[in-house]
Design a protein around this ligand. Structure first.
Ligand code: VC3
Length: 199
């Protein structure tokens, strides 16, 4: 097994999907978390000035979803057939598109609050309605087995629930999918063990 070093802030954020996959696949890695104060020094050393990156075999891999796809390749987490793999990627991209609308680093706090409020109260309900319809009465988003799309739903919804605790009030099936992901022994162990951070 290669030596893996993950570099990110001390947050779940965009690195948590990689940490879930490592946990589920029982792969050892270094979960290196940098201080905000050290970021300006590190940023210029990175290929695209962004984190997370995964250092492996002398390479610095970037883009969390590309890294997740690399780590899940040839495992059922990626989807068992090419068609299911496409559906997994599409649910992941749908969730990521929405999470990427948030102005996480906005310095104008008034503007930031207004944009977050709009996304959470006006835009989120459309996404949730579509996700609930897509899930239907199935056990998992795709196929009848867990994929990293289910992991990403747990991760994204955890952050959305921090920002809006009543988010899933009328969506018990989406809430129940979160519980199923969190009940997977390797994921449950990681959630207990991980540093507790707001985001
Ligand atoms: N943050 N998750 C994100 N998925 C933060 C984007 O700064 O707390 C995300 C796509 C940033 C949290 C990005 C989540």
């Amino acid at each position: 097994m290669p030596n893996y070093k993950l570099l990110y802030f001390n947050m779940r954020g965009r690195a948590e999907i990689i940490r879930y996959i490592f946990a589920y696949l029982d792969i050892k890695y270094e979960d290196h978390r940098i201080e905000q104060a050290d970021w300006p020094k590190i940023k210029p050393t990175l290929p695209f000035g962004k984190i997370p990156v995964l250092e492996v075999e002398g390479l610095t891999l970037h883009q969390s979803l590309a890294i997740a796809r690399y780590l899940t390749k040839n495992t059922d987490l990626a989807g068992k057939t090419e068609l299911e793999q496409c559906q997994v990627d599409a649910v992941v991209d749908t969730l990521d598109d929405f999470m990427s609308l948030f102005p996480w680093a906005e310095e104008n706090h008034d503007l930031k609050e207004r944009m977050f409020n709009d996304l959470l109260t006006r835009q989120a309900p459309h996404l949730l309605k579509d996700l609930d319809t897509y899930l239907g009465d199935k056990e998992w988003f795709i196929g009848n087995y867990v994929t990293w799309a289910d992991f990403y739903w747990d991760i994204c919804s955890t952050t959305l629930l921090v920002l809006k605790p009543d988010l899933l009030g009328i969506y018990p099936r989406l809430a129940s999918l979160r519980n199923k992901v969190q009940a997977i022994p390797a994921i449950s162990a990681w959630i207990l063990k991980r540093p507790q951070t707001k985001l």
